[in-house]
Write a protein that binds this ligand. Structure first.
Ligand code: PGA
Length: 249
């Protein structure tokens, strides 16, 4: 049985003080959760206050992105080592907002995964099609490329998680139906089986993300190929994040 992951992507929300309050509330609900790995991804400047607020719990803290170089003249960038030193154990890579607004490519995703793994950060690698691509019936083709190219240099997927996040479902209130999500999760797992082998496919955790809320999480979680959630908006309230975590119990 794969242990579910419930991950909160706070995006560009919270300041360090409010991030600490949110983290404390998450901790009081979900500290040392027995049925799922719980992770939060605050903005960079909130990382140290969140790590401090979560001390004594096993809740994972992660970065929302990184740059693959170790250090140097890369104004505005954050390295994997900096995240690790700040107390991070995970990092989101290839989020669709990074792809849309900041020019993220599969080739860069591949390099970023290498940098993350080198310092012991477990990456959550995001893939997903736009509405145009779904309507043109090329969703699987797009996701195949994102998975194969994004993970190209990686023979061992042990510490890697994939998140299927259809772009049309992110922040729109319009989640993928359990059937739509299940279909793509099944597709990704088969893809992993073909390229990395059956054991890797059985082991890899594939999260769903895109307008997950306490009202739709349980139905999505019923699908055997959905191993938890990457949650944006609903992770900004400790209560709804907790409700979603309960849905995978
Ligand atoms: P959302 O965001 O839950 O607000 O749709 C999900 C994500 O982008 O990770």
């Amino acid at each position: 049985m794969r242990r579910p992951i419930i991950a909160g992507n706070w995006k560009m929300n919270t300041v360090p003080s409010s991030a600490a309050v949110l983290a404390e509330n998450v901790k009081s609900n979900l500290s040392n959760c027995s049925w799922a790995d719980i992770a939060v991804f605050p903005p960079y400047v909130g990382l140290t206050t969140v790590v401090a607020a979560l001390k004594g719990s096993d809740i994972i803290v992660g970065g929302q992105n990184l740059f693959w170089e170790k250090e140097g003249a890369f104004t505005g960038a954050i390295s994997a080592g900096m995240l690790a030193e700040s107390g991070c154990r995970s990092v989101i890579i290839g989020h669709s907002e990074r792809r849309t607004y900041f020019g993220e490519t599969d080739e860069r995703v591949n390099k970023k995964i290498t940098a993350a793994l080198a310092v012991g950060l477990n990456p959550i690698v995001c893939v997903g099609e736009t509405l145009e691509q779904r309507e043109a019936d090329i969703a699987e083709e797009i996701i195949r490329r994102q998975v194969e190219d994004g993970l190209a240099d990686h023979d061992d997927l042990k510490n890697i998680t994939v998140a299927y996040e259809p772009v049309w479902a992110i922040g729109t209130g319009k989640n993928a139906s359990p059937e739509q999500a299940g279909e793509i999760h099944f597709f990704i797992r088969n893809l992993v089986a073909q390229r990395w082998g059956k054991a890797a496919a059985n082991e890899i955790r594939i999260l769903y993300g895109g307008s997950v809320n306490p009202g739709n999480a349980a139905a999505l979680a019923k699908n055997d190929d959905i191993d938890g959630f990457l949650i944006g908006g609903a992770s900004l309230k400790a209560d709804s994040f907790h409700q979603i975590a309960l849905s995978v119990k």
